[in-house]
Design a protein around this ligand. Structure first.
Ligand code: CP3
Length: 441
């Protein structure tokens, strides 16, 4: 595989963006900083300016999008008129003409275009709750790389105020919530009134609808997402991230008042399912459900504190919107490494299990088949540190290995966890392009 071919491919895309640096970037290898800045400067400076004039944005976005649509958009257009988008079909377990690819946490911190918006919109909540900014950030990786999945730029905490729980996020990523550890504090949720995302977080639905319009005809898929009760519950009970203390407060509450703990998780399950339905009705074509921290639990604890609520949320979505594929994800942790909880995750009822990078995808596939999940879809699982550190040859080699093991049925290419903030953009571009060019025959 020749990396220079990929550079040329990006050059072709740059030409599609209507920028004039195509010839220049072909002269440089992908690992070169010049390549990176040249590739991304031209398209993004336009985007940043676009967001800066707020009123004009919604009018101008569609025109801009036409100009900035990835090159693949044109050739996929015919197929998408008659078929469901590629990623939706793969997530349903179908055999596909090429493997779809996106990257968890692709919208945000690793992109210069996103970081440029930070000075104008200094808080994460502003960026994720102002519709035109959230729309813009969601589209940045699609424009830059032509990813097949466009995920809403938002957070698993976003719906909490609609449940009576306020939160703040510092620029360093520090989360603060007034903790819920007794019945009195839980009243903030139970006495808040009905969870009504359409009125409390209308920007979520608005952006999802606009994302559908923006990618229409391109073959790309719009993904919505939610945090599952255990993971979301850790933030409510800890009042902060629990990752630094081993989720000490939640552990304590499970011991001192298991009934309250269960009530919190059950209420979250109900609201989260409604939130997923709200996102689907607004435009999300696939829902990814994150139980990122459930791998901290032993198998027995997982069965008690994570699995029932995963099943409840997934079943509720499947019952009400059976056509929408659900992808479930859990991060590698003490008890989930090397696929230790994989079969349990599959038992959630999700269509696709997102596999982290601590197990080979082929091994995950065999294990799940042996446990009776022959037809379950798989997502993943390139190590985000390999994507960050390269070199390009290693990214290509690992990507080939995963794609060969996965085959062309029921696989969505992705990372094993969120993209690292310091990942060079040309590496992300190389990864996506390489998946697009991979021939399974
Ligand atoms: O990483 C995961 O395990 C995914 C699940 C998850 C998300 N948010 C999804 C997300 C988790 C566990 C969170 C909590 C959260 N929210 C954290 C982690 C804190 C901890 O406990 O260690 C942080 C830093 C936030 C706030 C946040 N969310 C920021 C500052 C950003 C934007 C920039 C960035 O860091 O990427 C987000 C975006 C975000 N969180 C997305 C998703 C799916 C955006 C969509 C995407 O690009 O995938």
């Amino acid at each position: 595989m020749s990396v220079s071919f990929r550079a040329a491919d990006i050059g072709r895309r740059s030409a599609a963006l209507g920028s004039d640096f195509e010839v220049d970037i072909r002269k440089f290898p992908p690992a070169c900083g010049l390549w990176s800045s040249a590739t991304h400067m031209a398209s993004r400076s336009v985007l940043v300016d676009d967001v800066s004039s707020r009123q004009a944005v919604s009018r101008r976005t569609s025109t801009l999008l036409m100009a900035a649509a990835p090159a693949e958009a044109v050739s996929d257009e015919k197929a998408s008129e008659t078929q469901e988008p590629l990623l939706v079909r793969a997530a349903r377990g179908e055999q596909v003409e090429r493997t779809p690819v996106w990257m968890m946490r692709q919208a945000g911190r690793h992109m210069a275009a996103y970081r440029a918006l930070v000075s104008k919109y200094p808080t994460f909540r502003e960026r994720s709750e102002t519709p035109e900014v959230s729309l813009e950030v969601s589209l940045q990786p699609w424009r830059a790389y032509g990813v097949d999945g466009v995920i809403l730029f938002s957070d698993i905490l976003t719906p909490l105020p609609a449940m009576g729980v306020d939160f703040s996020i510092s620029e360093a990523g520090g989360i603060t919530i007034a903790p819920i550890r007794d019945r009195e504090a839980f009243k903030r949720m139970t006495e808040h009134g009905a969870f009504d995302p359409a009125s409390a977080v209308p920007f979520v639905g608005e952006v999802l609808g606009q994302l559908r319009e923006a990618v229409a005809g391109s073959g790309a898929t719009v993904l919505g997402f939610v945090g599952l009760p255990f993971t979301l519950g850790t933030y409510l009970i800890e009042g902060a991230t629990g990752t630094k203390t081993g989720f000490a407060e939640m552990r304590a509450l499970r011991e001192s008042d298991p009934e309250l703990c269960r009530d919190i998780l059950a209420l979250l399950a109900k609201n989260i399912a409604d939130y997923a339905i709200y996102q689907i009705d607004a435009g999300a074509q696939v829902i990814q459900v994150f139980d990122s921290w459930a791998g901290h639990l032993t198998p027995e604890e997982f069965d008690e504190w994570a699995m029932p609520y995963q099943k409840s949320v997934v079943a509720s979505i499947k019952e009400r919107r059976p056509e929408v594929p659900v992808i479930i994800y859990m991060a590698p942790d003490t008890h989930s490494k090397a696929g230790a909880l994989l079969e349990r995750l599959a038992a959630s009822g999700a269509d696709v299990v997102s596999v982290d990078h601590t197990i080979e995808l082929g091994e995950a596939k065999r294990r799940l088949a042996a446990a009776g999940f022959e037809n379950i879809g798989l997502q993943g699982n390139l190590d985000p540190e390999i994507l960050r550190d390269g070199p390009p040859e290693r990214i290509v080699e690992e990507t080939n290995r995963i794609l060969s093991q996965a085959g062309n049925t029921g696989h969505v290419m992705n990372l094993g966890h969120g993209i690292e903030a310091t990942t060079p953009e040309p590496y992300a571009a190389l990864f996506v392009d390489h998946v697009h060019g991979f021939d399974h025959s």
